[in-house]
Design a protein around this ligand. Sequence first.
Ligand code: NCD
Length: 443
Amino acid sequence: MKGIRHLVSVDDLSVAEIQELFEQAKAFAVDLRAHADLCRGLISASLFYEPSTRTRLSFESAMQRLGGGVLTAAEMRSSSAVKGESLADTVRVVSGSYSDLIVLRHSSEGAARLAAQYSNVPVINAGDGSHEHPTQTLCDLYTLWIEKGHIEGLDVVLAGDLLYSRTIHSFVYALARFGANIVCVPHRGFELPPYVVRRLREEYGAEPVRADASELGDLAEESDVVYMTPQKPHQLSLFTDSRGLRVGRVDAVYMTRPQTERHGKDDDLSRSYMKLGQNSLSAGSLREAVVMHPLPRRDEISSELDDDPRSIYFKQAARGVPIRMAILGFLLGKIELKSSPPAAGARLWPVAAGTNPCPNPTCVSNTEERHLQLAFRLTSRDPLRAVCGYCSQEMPIGLVGCSTTRHFHDRDSASARRIRPDHLIFFRDEAEATALGFSAATR
Ligand code: NCD
């Protein structure tokens, strides 16, 4: 519906809007109990298809502190989902007379995007598979802003499972937009996914370079460290030192747990997974670094660090309430922001016909296909490239067809580039194209 703002991706808010939300959260934090009239009479619905402690409880606490009410479906196994109801239908029902806003957590990437398409009320993405978790990012950025006074120019180390952590994916986009430098210290084999790196590079000018991490000491011992800066791409392109870009003083270390529920590699990984303890934080470059974690933690942060003044993960979790009060107040129309929203992002085009070109089996376009109008985003015309409109992963395009001429073309041909986006059809190969009744274009 027109006019509704959703928070599906962290990109749904402009940098200036986020800064205003921080100011608002800071004002709320002075006395969390002093705003019990702001959302009186309004109801938020928590639809949680995956476990949660902090995210759900901090949203519900925030809503109640604003005087609103909360409906909770925290155990969706006890809902009609077990009877086979689609997410689209559930959202249509809950966004009618039941509630004024939906907070959704789901195991499929793109679930919140789908929900937003069917909802009559704002939808907040509280985590969609391994894709994004924008409100955790706002909490993380807010924490950095409070602790450091600014975000631009900070050097933030991201450690652990960068491949599957949705908190990391939303966080890197936001750090890049705020002009912070990102130092990736992944557990081996859990580097940032290629689609995230591509987006960082193409949309935010953050060029990844190998880093000389010798000053990070034990922290980076077993990792191939990558440094990305959206700030100085021109300097990076001149950079020729074969040891890599030196990582000096670090402002924050953001640790993540292995997302074993997404990749199932539990036992071996738990034994070998990186661990932060006093030793790993003893390097001089980390003296001023705050230690963050979205929680829950397992063993990746030793409890010996809990009393270290640099450890701020529990403060970070506490800040989830004021920042979510600001988000709720804004999306429910009770807080006005002066800043402009982000410029409209690249358009989503419907997939015209054929099979689903999204290669990601856990994307909502594959798990909830019954009611879904498949959609894609064109990221480049030459060469022709497109990503799934739900999970953002690149679509493997072998051939492209035109839905009006029923011809197929080489993906890199000039004729393919001339096809209107709303007529484009993607095929993996010729067999698929001919099975769907398309024939080769005459050259
Ligand atoms: C995170 C999540 O659910 O992605 N938790 C949270 O919301 N604070 C991180 C995690 O589960 O590892």
